[in-house]
Design a protein around this ligand. Structure first.
Ligand SMILES: Cc1ncc(COP(=O)(O)O)c(C=O)c1O
Length: 390
């Protein structure tokens, strides 16, 4: 049978990235005890009060079809949240409720990219980005972010990669895997470039609530001059430890939302009302569990870094945000992939090789801060021990 080109564009894309994790899972199934630092899945429980709302609303009959844009409650909650954040009125018609940031990314790129259009991508980048760009027929154009500048991208490097086919920039702040949070000046400089070349900015803000120390989260959407060209994608997956709820959204101009609504309706025919109610409740209320989760990520990052203290060939810097630490192993002379494989085989610690996130991640390991401090400290000890043996 003959298949559409999209199946070829996506064929095999990304599966090799998870090879170390998959081997770790196989070993675990054979009875080995391992420390898993490979997947960005929050280990915290969903706040009880949110679970109660989902349960209550489901039992109250909120199980019918939802409208394609999202239920009025969640759209109002998003409108309030973004109006407060931006300091201007962001109306309910500027949102589309979608099942997670991943779907929001898909809808965003299907709405702005034609075959052969180029998308600028700070490198290292999140593992599914190549796939969503390729699905829409776009060409990912990685722009290397220097690890020695804390993976802070230079606008000048971005400018060098702009061609007549460039249509969009995909930003992710706080970044996965880098932990980098773009400053207000960086966003302004990058934004000016996007205005000059009339580019869309797709802003993946799934880690927006997770920033550490004095770091301040800044979004291009909050700048009135960038609002019309910015498409925010986000969710409650990380902010409230609710990835399985698949509750996410697009925030953009009303025109953009109206234009892509038929696209999301074609894929989804609406979402689940009881989950939309739970997400609205999550966004409208404050939860001590959520505060505690953020504190624990910060403490775990500090524990990892202090555990690596004194090592001659491995080091890590405190992430500005997100839930990952990049461990720099370049001085060992191994690639991230080689180091991660040996770390699994010799020390029973499962990490992601930096190369899984693009060339820019080479010579690094991405460590997910999703196990308790004791296990993080133990993992740091084992990373250091392997580095000393090399
Ligand atoms: C940068 C980034 N974007 C998007 C996603 C997907 O998030 P969601 O669960 O909201 O689809 C993830 C998940 O790890 C991520 O790290």
């Amino acid at each position: 049978m003959r298949y559409a080109k999209i199946t070829e564009r996506l064929e095999g894309l990304g599966s090799h990235k998870w090879a170390v994790h998959i081997e770790g899972k196989d070993r675990e199934a054979r009875g080995e005890e391992l420390i898993f630092l490979s997947i960005g899945e929050p280990d915290a429980a969903v706040p009880e009060a949110i679970m109660d709302v989902a349960d209550r609303q489901m039992r109250a009959g909120r199980t019918r079809y939802s409208n394609g844009r999202g239920e009025p409650q969640i759209l109002r909650a998003l409108s309030t949240m973004y109006s407060q954040r931006t300091g201007r009125h962001v109306g309910p018609s500027q949102f589309l409720f979608l099942p997670g940031t991943q779907t929001a990314l898909y809808v965003a790129f299907m709405g702005i990219i034609d075959i052969g259009d180029e998308v600028l991508l700070p490198d290292p980048y999140y593992a599914t980005y190549e796939g969503v760009i390729a699905a829409a027929g776009g060409v990912a154009v990685p722009v290397l972010a220097d690890p020695d500048r804390g993976f802070h991208l230079k606008a000048a490097d971005l400018a060098k990669k702009i061609t007549p086919r460039t249509r969009a920039l995909l930003l992710n702040t706080p970044g996965n895997p880098t932990g980098t949070v773009f400053t207000a000046d960086e966003i302004a400089e990058i934004g000016a470039l996007c205005r000059k070349h009339d580019l869309w900015i797709v802003s993946d803000e799934v880690y927006a609530t997770l920033t550490y120390g004095n770091t301040i989260f800044v979004s291009p959407f909050d700048d009135e001059e960038l609002e019309e060209r910015t498409i925010v994608v986000s969710s409650v997956s990380k902010s409230h430890a609710m990835p399985g709820f698949r509750c996410g959204w697009i925030a953009a101009s009303e025109e953009f939302c109206d234009r892509v609504l038929p696209l999301s309706e074609t894929i989804l025919f609406g979402s689940q009302p009881f989950l939309e109610d739970a997400a609205a409740f999550a966004l409208q209320n404050h939860f001590p569990e959520v505060d505690a989760m953020k504190v624990s990520y910060e403490e775990r990052a500090k524990a990892l870094i202090s555990g690596l203290n004194g090592a001659k060939t491995v080091s890590a810097r405190m992430p500005e945000g997100g839930m990952f630490v990049m461990v720099d192993i370049r001085k060992t002379g191994l690639s991230g992939d080689q180091f991660a494989r040996r770390l699994l085989a010799e020390e029973a610690v499962v990490t992601m090789p930096g190369e899984s996130f693009g060339t820019g991640g080479a010579g690094h390991l991405r460590v997910a801060l999703t196990v308790d401090e004791g296990q993080i400290t133990e993992a740091a000890k084992r990373i250091k021990r392997l580095a000393e043996r090399i």
